[in-house]
Design a protein around this ligand. Structure first.
Ligand code: TA6
Length: 310
């Protein structure tokens, strides 16, 4: 892995798990993020006090052609099962670093790109450039995605961030912001229902896609007394997933009890494929931030300006 993109004290390229390299982003406040060029996969986002906000399975693979279990998998061009590898090939392919930047604000940024190869063309006959940009601030992580159609044929695709968040106890975790949104329940033959709960809590396997969901979401990790805020732009749909007990046992790269300490809140074009004509480019972004909370019903929301101190 080329060292040309290293920036002293800000962007470091170093050996990661398995025989994979990783890039470490270090903000002057002490906040940190790590991203593997394998899948442009963000595996860690830590607060300036060292709290890890993303979930990463202790059983995850870190190897060629294998997905990393946890962090923020990049899903492209297919979400879920289909004619391509599950969740597409982007997450199991090595990307190239395209730039790294230390902004005047102190934000630290790295971008990675993936484009068609002989392997991808064998299974998906399209020309594309996919770029992920990760920008770390003191208390935010912004993840941007760009998809360009560089061929002369239109193509259909899904693109998403399949984000795994660490929670102290799933039984004391709630997701806010989806009340009134229509969802498909993938565990009940895609039955279509409207979410009635202001706080979604978890007591069984949960796997559903919320269509054209609101752009502001919140994960309340009550046991840790903190919230993660998710603000999405041009990433219309949201998947909420927890495998619970039986599915956890079926996943070889996921600990049997790890469902207790994670929740997936995924953002992107998921419910149906989007179309991209030749020469066109899609751009979307999800901004993750966090704050301490006081446990209770009237939990703070950033847009109401009542966020408790960091
Ligand atoms: O998050 C939605 C989902 O499609 C679930 O159905 C579950 O399969 C999960 O993704 C993980 O998929 P993976 O291929 O990473 O095991």
């Amino acid at each position: 892995m080329s060292m040309e993109f290293g920036i002293p004290d800000a962007v470091t390229i170093l050996p990661g798990n398995g025989d994979l390299p990783k890039v470490r982003l270090t903000h002057s406040s002490g906040a940190l993020a790590e991203i593997y060029p394998h899948g442009a996969h963000i595996t860690s986002w830590q607060t300036k006090t060292g709290k890890e906000l993303l979930f990463l399975s202790s059983n995850s693979n870190f190897a060629a052609h294998q997905p990393i279990r946890g962090g923020i998998p990049v899903i492209f061009p297919q979400f879920g099962a289909g004619t391509l590898p599950p969740h597409g090939f982007a997450r199991i392919t090595d990307w190239e670093i395209s730039h790294s930047t230390l902004h005047d604000s102190g934000d630290v940024e790295v971008a990675m790109q993936l484009w068609e190869s002989e392997d991808s063309f064998n299974i998906w006959q399209h020309h594309f450039i996919l770029e992920l940009t990760a920008r770390l601030s003191e208390d935010k992580l912004s993840v941007g995605l760009m998809v360009s159609n560089t061929g002369d044929e239109p193509f259909l695709y899904h693109v998403a961030l399949h984000s795994y968040f660490a929670v102290e106890d799933i039984h004391r975790t709630a997701v806010r912001g989806l009340e009134g949104t229509t969802y498909l329940d993938w565990l009940r033959e895609d039955v279509r229902e409207v979410e009635t709960r202001a706080h979604i809590r978890f007591e069984e396997e949960t796997d559903r896609v919320y269509i054209h969901a609101p752009d502001m979401l919140q994960i309340n990790d009550e046991a840790h007394q903190r919230s993660v805020f998710i603000e999405k732009c041009h990433m219309p749909d949201v998947v909420i997933w927890n495998p619970w007990i039986d599915k956890s046992r079926r996943l070889s790269d996921f600990g049997d009890e790890e469902y207790l300490n994670m929740i997936c809140v995924e953002t992107g074009n998921i419910a149906k494929q989007a179309a991209l004509i030749p020469g066109d480019t899609y751009r979307g972004e999800t901004i993750f931030s966090f704050a301490a909370i006081e446990v209770g019903d009237n939990l703070p929301r950033p847009e109401l300006g009542v966020v408790v101190g960091r």
